[in-house]
Each structure stands twice: as structure tokens, then as C-alpha cells.
Design a binder for this molecule. Structure first.
Ligand SMILES: Cc1cc2nc3c(=O)[nH]c(=O)nc-3n(C[C@H](O)[C@H](O)[C@H](O)COP(=O)(O)O)c2cc1C
Length: 331
């Protein structure tokens, strides 16, 4: 398989972190990139710059110390606004602009953005052409397979995208109507890959290295995009890289390594958001990291009560130290 190239950027792997609003903030992106994610798009931002002057928006647009290329995802429903948003973000340092036409959220769809756009192919073409023309940096696109089962038009959209100069395409194997129900299907992703020459990334329900390998084989896609499976398991990127390199022996990290990864992640959250707000944001990550581990439920209940970052960090350390000790005794 050849190296994936997006504009001037040669990717260092085949597994990308999917953009997830409320999850893929700067600390999580930096962590996933350290763990081998080849790209990590920021949380979606509205194309409307009037909405950018809030603390949340400013944080979403912060890419300090993020490994290159820095990917900014924008969502919006009209060519002029999208082109303008792309230009402003490129001027502010975005190295790849990603367009979101995959989001099923009402807030986005009601404004004729996100996956609602897939219904109208001429509007899609207008937005993509205007955005590509507006910037010197590569523009990529993320879509679902269509609006609903009766209008699964990912193939047509993919061709429109390629003609407009889009440089890579991620396809979530569900329609808008599916939201997150049922299983993602990959046949449409395979058909899209056949139809275009730009890099294609398969997305949806890829939750293990073995599944990543299977989906890559099944679809012929250039890479995979991982969302929810990276929550509490950012090392999935290095596991996928190892398996693709032919190493099936890589073990899940020991409790002591998970402790070190987590504590670095939590410190980064505290620094980014401030101590108490950071500790609040950290709670969901702690919940994800603990899932499936011994005594996780009781620990989760008590750690969720804690307000101070220092106390939270100490509890996490203690919990994982105990797990590491148990593992050492068991070994
Ligand atoms: C909490 C959450 C937030 C999301 N936010 C975005 C977003 O901002 N932009 C986007 O294109 N997709 C967004 N998605 C969709 C994901 O990028 C991805 O397409 C979807 O979760 C399927 O992949 P997965 O099964 O690997 O999670 C979001 C998904 C989740 C669960």
C-alpha cells in the first residue's frame, strides 16, 4: 500500500482520529497523535464567524503545539460563508480544511448544514468549489452515505467532491436517517473507493485493530477513521499501526502505562481548561479509561464526586497503581 498523501502532507499511518465535538479537544488530539493517529481534525466549528467569539469557540480553534498538519473542520450551508470561514481559518494557521457533511445533529441540520446538505447535490458542488477555490491549503470532506436509504448518493457526492478539487474523503457508513443506529455498512465505502482516485477513509463502528484490518481489506480504502473506539483507548492507533505492519503480538498497555498516559492526559486537560473546569471535563475520559476494569463502577462513582483536580489526579493514580500491583502479583 502506498503512503497516503493529502496535498503536501504525507501521512505517517492509516488510522485517523474522527472529529467529535466535546471529545476531540486539543489535549485529546495531541494525545492521539502521540499514540500514532495520522491525522486528528478539531471539533467542528460553525462557518459563521459571528459565533467564534466565545470562550468555547476560541478553545476549539486553539491548535497550539499540535503536530502538523493541523486540521480544522467547518460546517455551514452556503458557499460564500464556507469559503470565507476556510480562508479565515487557513490564515489563522489551519493546514487542512475539512468540511463536515456528515453531522446528523438537529442543531446543524436545521440550518441546512452537516448531513442535510447531502440532499442537494448542486448545493454540495457549490460549497465544495467555493471552499477549494478560497484557500491554498488542501480541503477534505467528511460525509455519510446519504440522507436516507432511498437516497444513498455517496457515490455521486464523491465524484462531485473529486471534480471540485477535494483532496481526501471520509465516509461514515450510515445515512443521516440512521443517526447512530444499526451497524455501519462498508459496501458503499468500497464503491466510493472504486469511483474516485483521491484517498478514501472508512468510518463507522471500527472498534479494534482486527476490524480496522478487515474494513481496509473489504473496502480497499486507504485508511480508517476511528471515533468512539479511541475514547479511553487512544493507544488503538499504535495497535492498528502494529497490526498493519504485520505485528499481531502487541498487547494492550499494562495498568502502569495506562496510569502514565492518563495522568499526562489529565494534566494537559487541567492546563488547557483551568484546574476545576478541566477536572469536570476529565470525568468522561476517566469513565472511558476505566470501562471494563476491575472495581471500575465503585471507583467511577467516587471519582465523579471529586471537584479538585489534585484530588482527582491522586485518585486516578491510586486506582491504577492498585491495578498495576494486582497485575504484578497475578503475574
Ligand atoms: C460525541 C460525538 C461527536 C461528534 N462530532 C462530530 C463532529 O464535530 N464532526 C463530524 O464530522 N463528526 C462528528 N461525529 C461523528 C464521528 O466523527 C464519526 O463519524 C462517528 O462517531 C462514527 O465513527 P465511530 O463509530 O468510529 O465513532 C461525532 C460523533 C460523536 C460520537
Amino acid at each position: 500500500m502506498s503512503v497516503i498523501q493529502i496535498g503536501p502532507y504525507r501521512l505517517t499511518g492509516r488510522a485517523l482520529l474522527a472529529p467529535m465535538a466535546g471529545v476531540t479537544d486539543l489535549p485529546f488530539r495531541r494525545l492521539c497523535r502521540r499514540m500514532g493517529a495520522a491525522l486528528a481534525a478539531g471539533e467542528m466549528i460553525s462557518a459563521d464567524p459571528r459565533l467564534w467569539d466565545t470562550r468555547e469557540s476560541r478553545r476549539r480553534r486553539d491548535h497550539s503545539d499540535e503536530p502538523e498538519p493541523r486540521v480544522v473542520q467547518i460546517a455551514g450551508g452556503d458557499p460564500v460563508t464556507m469559503a470565507d470561514a476556510a480562508r479565515r481559518n487557513a490564515d489563522a494557521g489551519a493546514q487542512i480544511i475539512d468540511i463536515n457533511m456528515g453531522c446528523p445533529a438537529k442543531k446543524v441540520c436545521n440550518r441546512d448544514a452537516g448531513s442535510a446538505l447531502l440532499k442537494d447535490e448542486s448545493v454540495v458542488a457549490g460549497i465544495l468549489q467555493a471552499t477549494v477555490r478560497a484557500v491554498d491549503v488542501p480541503v477534505t470532506l467528511k460525509i455519510r452515505t446519504g440522507w436516507d436509504a432511498a437516497s444513498r448518493n455517496a457515490l455521486a457526492i464523491a465524484r462531485i467532491a473529486e471534480d471540485a478539487g477535494i483532496q481526501a474523503l471520509a465516509v461514515h457508513g450510515r445515512t443521516r436517517a440512521c443517526r447512530f443506529e444499526g451497524d455501519a455498512e462498508y459496501a458503499t465505502v468500497a464503491a466510493v473507493k472504486q469511483a474516485v482516485r483521491i484517498p478514501v477513509f472508512a468510518n463507522g463502528d471500527i472498534d479494534s485493530p482486527a476490524k480496522a484490518l478487515r474494513v481496509l481489506r473489504e473496502t480497499g480504502a486507504d485508511g480508517v477513521m476511528i471515533g468512539r473506539a479511541a475514547q479511553g483507548r487512544p493507544w488503538i492507533f499504535r495497535e492498528i499501526a502494529a497490526l498493519l505492519a504485520g505485528d499481531a503480538t502487541l498487547q494492550a498497555p499494562a495498568a502502569s502505562e495506562v496510569r502514565d498516559i492518563m495522568t499526562a492526559h489529565l494534566r494537559d486537560l487541567y492546563e488547557f481548561y483551568g484546574h476545576e473546569p478541566g477536572a469536570r471535563i476529565a470525568r468522561k475520559h476517566i469513565g472511558w479509561y476505566c470501562t471494563g476494569r476491575p472495581h471500575a463502577e465503585a471507583f467511577r462513582r467516587s471519582v465523579m464526586q471529586v471537584v479538585s483536580a489534585e484530588a482527582q489526579l491522586a485518585m486516578v493514580r491510586e486506582f491504577f497503581d492498585a491495578l498495576a500491583g494486582t497485575a504484578a502479583v497475578a503475574a
